[in-house]
Each structure stands twice: as structure tokens, then as C-alpha cells.
Write a protein that binds this ligand. Structure first.
Ligand SMILES: C[S@@+](CC[C@H](N)C(=O)[O-])C[C@H]1O[C@@H](n2cnc3c(N)ncnc32)[C@H](O)[C@@H]1O
Length: 210
């Protein structure tokens, strides 16, 4: 039996992103002083935690994820991967137990319920990003870390073209489709400022700011 430990930072949340990535995400979020943030792809809550760390008063957050990583083979794959790295972290391992016994959404809800600024999270959409974006493109900042195919990232960026602060994961040669979609967007809007973390850091974090 795992004795649960209360999560105190994103280090206590199972996640896909590295330390540099989440630190830079928090810093970028702090630059958004007013309005609405959309997170695409929250998984178990690691990046959501980092966003809430940086969120300013008067800024709200909505997140979208299909939360469908629930077939038994996938669960076991992730459990093994996380356990290899984090077996001494009882918060992470307790979250993994929730994931195994229930599902990805239950795991996300568990972790975010402990964040001191959780009241900024106004809505969790359990659907695809495109379904949300079809009805609402009025965001001040969007973080993109959902389905990384060229077609999907291209479509997301098309909906998000008027959003002044964009950022995301996987601007990295291992995700060629994602890079291509971002590069095409940059070519269309050359006046916007582009940054990406060095490839060797493995961070994949990128920003495009109007
Ligand atoms: C790389 S993970 C996100 C990692 C997360 N940002 C973190 O830091 O831990 C990608 C997530 O995107 C979700 N996803 C996949 N396709 C999606 C789609 N079309 N729309 C929204 N989310 C999607 C998956 O369920 C998964 O949780």
C-alpha cells in the first residue's frame, strides 16, 4: 500500500516535461497580466501545476485534454516508466495508483485539488482541442502540448492566430511535424518574436509573442 504524500510542487506530479521546460513555462505565464489562458494537453497535471504557479491575479485558466490514455496496456507502460524514475516519491506513486485504479482524469483532479491557486482553473474540457477552439478563440495566452501531429498543431495554430502569447512543447527535431507547423506559422507572421529552448536541453519549450 502507498501512503500518500501531499503534492507541494510539480516535482510531486507525474508528468512528461523536464525541469527547464516547466520553469520556463511558469516564467512565460507570469508575463500574462490579464485575461484568459488555454492549456492544451494537461495529462496528469504537471504543466497545469507550473501554469498555476505563475498565474497572476485577474487571469483565469481553462484546460483541455481528451484524458483517454486509459487502456490497460498504456496504463502499464506509463506506470512502469514513471515508477522507474520516481519510485521514492510517494506523491507521484500515489497519483499513479489513482491512474491505475481509476483513470487519467481522476489523477489530474487529485493533483490540481492541492494547488494553492486552483481557483484560477475555471474549466476542464474533456474533449479534443479543436472542439474547444471551434467555439472559442478568444484567449490571451495558449499553451500547446496535446496531439503533436503536423496536421493537428497546424490546425490549432490557425485557430489561435490572433492570440498574442503562444507557447508549447516539442519544438525539437524528434517532433518534425510539430516543428514544421510552428515554422510555417512563423513564416506567416514574421513580426512576432520567436524563442525556443536549445535542442540539447531536451526541453522543447517555445514561445511566439506578438
Ligand atoms: C504530452 S501529454 C501532455 C503533457 C503535459 N502538458 C505535462 O506537462 O505533463 C499530451 C496530452 O495530450 C492529450 N491529447 C491527445 N490528443 C489530444 C487532442 N486532440 N486534444 C487535446 N488533448 C489531446 C493526451 O491525452 C495527453 O494527456
Amino acid at each position: 500500500m502507498i501512503i500518500p504524500k501531499t503534492p507541494e510542487s510539480w516535482l510531486d506530479v507525474p508528468g512528461f516535461n523536464n525541469i527547464k521546460h516547466l520553469e520556463h513555462l511558469t516564467e512565460y505565464i507570469k508575463e500574462c497580466k490579464v485575461g484568459r489562458i488555454l492549456e492544451i494537453g494537461c495529462a496528469w497535471g504537471g504543466s497545469t501545476w507550473a501554469i498555476l504557479d505563475g498565474i497572476q491575479d485577474g487571469v483565469s485558466l481553462q484546460t483541455v485534454d481528451t484524458f483517454d490514455m486509459n487502456n490497460p496496456a498504456l496504463k502499464h507502460h506509463h506506470y512502469r516508466g514513471v515508477a522507474e524514475k520516481h519510485q521514492t516519491n510517494m506523491s507521484v506513486m500515489y497519483g499513479m495508483q489513482i491512474y491505475m485504479e481509476k483513470n487519467q482524469r481522476a489523477c489530474f483532479d487529485h493533483f490540481i485539488s492541492y494547488h494553492p491557486k486552483r481557483s484560477h482553473l475555471k474549466k476542464v474540457h474533456q474533449m479534443t482541442s479543436i472542439e474547444v477552439l471551434k467555439n472559442d478563440v478568444n484567449w490571451d495566452l495558449a499553451y500547446i502540448d496535446g496531439l503533436h501531429s503536423y496536421e493537428n498543431v497546424r490546425a490549432e495554430l490557425k485557430y489561435l492566430k490572433d492570440v498574442p502569447m503562444l507557447c508549447g512543447d516539442d519544438y525539437h527535431p524528434t517532433h518534425k511535424g510539430c516543428m514544421q507547423a510552428i515554422d510555417e506559422f512563423r513564416e506567416k507572421y514574421p513580426d512576432r518574436e520567436f524563442h525556443h529552448d536549445p535542442f540539447e536541453s531536451g526541453s522543447g519549450f517555445w514561445t511566439i509573442t506578438a
